[in-house]
Ligand binder design. Structure first.
Ligand SMILES: Cc1cc2nc3c(=O)[nH]c(=O)nc-3n(C[C@H](O)[C@H](O)[C@H](O)COP(=O)(O)OP(=O)(O)OC[C@H]3O[C@@H](n4cnc5c(N)ncnc54)[C@H](O)[C@@H]3O)c2cc1C
Length: 396
């Protein structure tokens, strides 16, 4: 395959230069030039509005997806209780479906779970695809994957979203493999590209050092998982969903696994995902001793203490209090970041906070880019002073 530039058509816009993942295009004297390290990936051809970059290979055709309709959400339930992420995804699905002019559907699998259809309707599902079977009482990979595959194949959704829970992380790749499509895991943002109307799926990539936006032009459904707490559940819509019941044939023989016993581990400790106020510390705290001032501030504002991965690695806080890409995702009303630089991996876990106050002695720290209020100063002075003022104002 050869790629070349029709110089008469090229206007030197540099769109190709920005798009080429290999740095194999340059613009000299106002004209694009393909370099020797070109891999013929075709990325530049797709973005060239002048049709100046050409190739001798037939471009890949985008299939006709006009029969693919609807934004689907896998409504995960355990023991008849919907997981919060299912409602969070319905909130996002409403927004995406609005941009596409399509319906939102929830997919509910289980046994005697039809009572949940009302909640799904209230939270934005126009339809609920309901599959009830004794074999779906507890989550088992093969049974759930088969049911979901059947629904996707028969009803042909455009988009399928699932929570990146233990179940979602197990089920989503199985289903994507069965229906022959890709899957973008752990997305932090989803939106619709306005021209092509395809799903843009943003997630951290290359060890979390960049945010990559992935789009799937060539297969449907477009599948993505999202971690709990990343999206916001919409308020009740007062709507009633249409229930579409689907019968499935499942035998124990084909499922192969049996649930003999369910042992539940009681989750003790902090519930950062439910905290209204979080006081978070970073390396700037300086020592385990320094954490005391953060606990005092958290106590004064009625909040929880959290931290960056660095301070968890230092042993100043337990891992359950880590916020970020490899920690927890939080959405408090107020996030007070003390001595935190604001690395992309940390921000991935706290961007849903309503208000952010950042305290950092470096005025160029990236945390100030996402802060509503910034205090440039030494946290060892600022934090105790803040705590003192809050306590004093409460006494009044
Ligand atoms: C794959 C991967 C996953 C990761 N996952 C996570 C994750 O989930 N969560 C996470 O947090 N990180 C994660 N990281 C690490 C992340 O890249 C950063 O290294 C980390 O968030 C930085 O932590 P920090 O802000 O505490 O430290 P630093 O980046 O060292 O920042 C310390 C800040 O404190 C300020 N400071 C110093 N002294 C004072 C003072 N006296 N008063 C005020 N300010 C002061 C400094 O100006 C600086 O901005 C991950 C990294 C990778 C590669």
């Amino acid at each position: 395959m050869t790629v070349w530039v029709e110089v008469d058509l090229c206007n030197g816009c540099k769109r190709c230069v920005k798009t080429c993942p290999y740095g194999a295009v340059e613009v000299t004297e106002g004209k694009a030039r393909i370099l020797d390290n070109c891999t013929s990936c075709g990325a530049c051809i797709q973005v060239c509005k002048q049709v100046a970059i050409q190739t001798d290979v037939e471009p890949r055709k985008i299939p006709d997806f006009s029969d693919r309709k609807g934004v689907w959400v896998f409504a995960e339930q355990r023991d008849g209780i919907l997981t919060p992420v299912s409602l969070e995804l319905l909130g996002k699905a409403r927004e995406l479906a609005g941009d596409l002019g399509q319906d939102v559907s929830a997919v509910l699998l289980g046994y005697k779970v039809s009572g949940l259809c009302e909640t799904l309707g209230e939270h934005g599902a126009d339809n609920v695809y309901l599959v009830e079977h004794r074999a779906l009482k507890e989550y088992r990979t093969t049974a759930y994957a088969k049911a979901l595959e059947e629904l996707v194949t028969r009803f042909k959704p455009n988009i399928l979203l699932m929570g990146a829970t233990h179940i979602g992380r197990d089920l989503a790749p199985r289903v994507s493999r069965r229906v022959g499509v890709g899957l973008t895991a752990d997305c932090t943002e989803l939106s619709i590209e306005p021209e092509e109307k395809i799903l843009l799926q943003t997630r951290p990539a290359f060890g979390g050092n960049v945010m990559a936006t992935i789009a799937n032009r060539y297969s449907r459904p477009q599948m993505a998982t999202v971690r709990p707490g990343v999206m916001e559940a919409g308020g009740p819509t007062g709507k009633k969903a249409k229930i579409i019941t689907h019968k499935i044939s499942l035998t124990e023989k084909e499922i192969k696994t049996k649930v003999l016993e369910t042992a539940r581990e009681k989750k003790k400790g902090v519930k950062l995902d439910q905290a209204k106020v979080i006081v978070a510390g970073g390396r700037g705290i300086g020592s385990r001793e320094g954490m005391k001032a953060l606990f005092s501030l958290a106590d004064a504002v009625g909040g929880e203490v959290a931290g960056t991965r660095i301070i968890v690695e230092e042993g100043w806080l337990p891992a359950e209090r880590q916020v970020g890409q490899t920690g927890q995702t939080v959405r408090p009303e107020l996030y007070i970041a003390c001595g935190i630089s604001g690395a992309i991996q940390h921000r991935a876990g706290m961007l849903g906070s309503r208000y952010v106050i950042a305290i950092n002695k470096d005025e160029r720290a990236p945390i100030f880019e996402v802060a509503d209020w910034g205090i440039v100063g030494d946290l060892h002075e600022v934090v105790p002073a803040l705590t003192k003022q809050i306590r004093a104002s409460k006494k009044k």
